[in-house]
Design a protein around this ligand. Structure first.
Ligand code: ATP
Ligand code: MG
Length: 409
């Protein structure tokens, strides 16, 4: 007989006589949307984030305002919570280990630690590639001046990326020759890095899976992503936009990565479709996020279950239903830039006009100050057809001062 896993019943009293409470390390927008999903199902929530104005902290039942490695803060979180998750990968892995010794923590510290370090992450991808056939870009770990000098010439031109703490294209330098490589490594502070070959990208996509403690794994459709200045700008999800065999390969590769890690929770893996001379291109695995992901926000309005609800279900031992996309959809990221007119003066975007468009779903993160490049919210768009969704997106972009995609109808 299959072992039955312990289920944390929504809305129930825990065996400690308190309301069943789910905790999250980090109080940004991902934490906020996790909290919203947990609360919708009747759980109490606790957020650990030092910022008193953090988007998730402000709406949570409990907000513990300490540093992520503060012993008292972690003790309070454990005391409050029946299970704990994280909303960002740079939470100290030691903190998750501490929490994991006393409470169910999903994803586990071990999986998060791999995602925190590009060198470990690439090694995992190479491992998983022996099953899925999807490899990372050719790369070399750069951890010393000797390795800078010895870097294989065929990795140039390339991108030097810090092994730790990179996001939204930060901590990356493009280098075309060995001199540039050497000075880039100096500029990044001689920290451990990976040098990746610069690949000719045809497209970028990502896959989100949710895996339970029993190994059951469900996935969302493959998302097609467009970045601007290193930040996600648009995610589109229609009928397979990439070639169907590649689409399947991306899902299989993501499932392998999750199972290699014995992962519990929501995991996102980013891929490149690379121009290899063939019509369809070839798939390359880029990086992973051990959490719900910006490219999965459309699931809030276009799917039978959202990525945030799946995170709640995975960490509480509830069933993981296969998500169904019930509408063609796209998501526009709303950066602080949208709050500034052409004259540079701050103003509120014309939400009344945007929301007059049928099939628009506004999500704002409750951040008080709009700054250029700061993620303030997103607009999900659903519709009866791909053409309708694209036409609505075009109209919304015009109202918000965003650049539409050239591929839209
Ligand atoms: P994220 O915000 O997704 O965590 P990041 O800063 O960790 O981003 P990457 O996803 O590795 O960085 O890279 C950012 C973007 O740079 C990619 O989405 C892609 O457009 C481009 N890029 C990265 N690596 C390569 C490569 N080897 N060849 C070509 N383009 C690349
Ligand atoms: Mg990325």
């Amino acid at each position: 007989m299959k072992m039955k896993h312990h289920i944390l019943f929504p809305g129930a009293l825990s065996d400690r006589g308190q309301q069943m409470t789910l905790g999250v390390m980090g109080g940004g927008q991902l934490g906020r949307m996790f909290v919203q999903a947990a609360q919708a199902m009747g759980y109490f929530t606790a957020v650990l984030d030092p910022d008193p104005a953090s988007p998730a902290g402000r709406i949570s039942h409990y907000h513990i305002q300490t540093a992520y490695d503060d012993e008292q803060g972690l003790a309070q979180l454990m005391q409050r919570c029946d299970a704990i998750t994280t909303e960002f990968e740079n939470v100290p892995a030691g903190a998750l280990t501490t929490l994991g010794a006393h409470r169910p923590v999903a994803p586990a510290a071990s999986g998060v630690a791999v995602a925190q370090d590009r060198i470990k992450e690439k090694a995992l991808f190479v491992d998983a590639a022996s099953h899925s056939g999807v490899f990372p870009a050719p790369y070399a770990a750069i951890t010393s001046a000797e390795l800078v000098a010895a870097a294989p010439a065929d990795l140039l031109p390339g991108i030097l990326k810090t092994a730790r703490l990179g996001y939204d294209g930060k901590g990356q330098v493009r280098v075309s020759n060995r001199e540039e490589l050497s000075s880039a490594w100096e500029r990044l502070g001689r920290v451990p890095c990976v040098l990746e070959k610069l690949l000719p990208l045809k497209a970028e996509c990502s896959v989100i899976v949710a895996r339970g403690a029993d190994g059951a794994c469900v996935h969302f459709p493959v998302q097609h992503n467009v970045h601007r200045d290193g930040i996600l700008a648009v995610t589109e999800v229609y009928e397979p936009q990439i070639d169907v065999p590649l689409y399947q390969q991306a899902i299989t590769a993501t499932q392998w990565i999750a199972s290699q890690l014995h992962y519990v929770g929501v995991l996102c893996v980013e891929f490149f479709v690379v121009d290899d001379g063939s019509a369809e291109g070839a798939l390359v695995v880029n990086e992973m996020a051990p959490r719900p992901h910006n490219s999965g926000h459309y699931t809030q309005n276009a799917c039978s279950v959202s990525q945030f609800e799946l995170q709640v279900r995975a960490m509480t031992g509830l069933p993981l239903p296969t998500p169904r996309l019930h509408s063609p959809t796209l998501m526009l990221n709303l950066l602080g830039d949208v709050w500034f007119g052409a004259d540079g003066v701050m103003r509120s975007p014309a939400w009344d006009q945007v929301l007059a468009l049928a099939g628009t779903h506004l999500h704002l993160y409750g951040k008080l100050e709009a700054r250029v490049g700061r993620k303030m919210g997103h607009l999900n768009i659903t519709g009866a057809s791909v053409a309708e969704v694209q036409a609505t997106a075009r109209a919304a972009c015009a109202l918000l001062g965003l650049e539409p995609l050239s591929t839209w109808a």
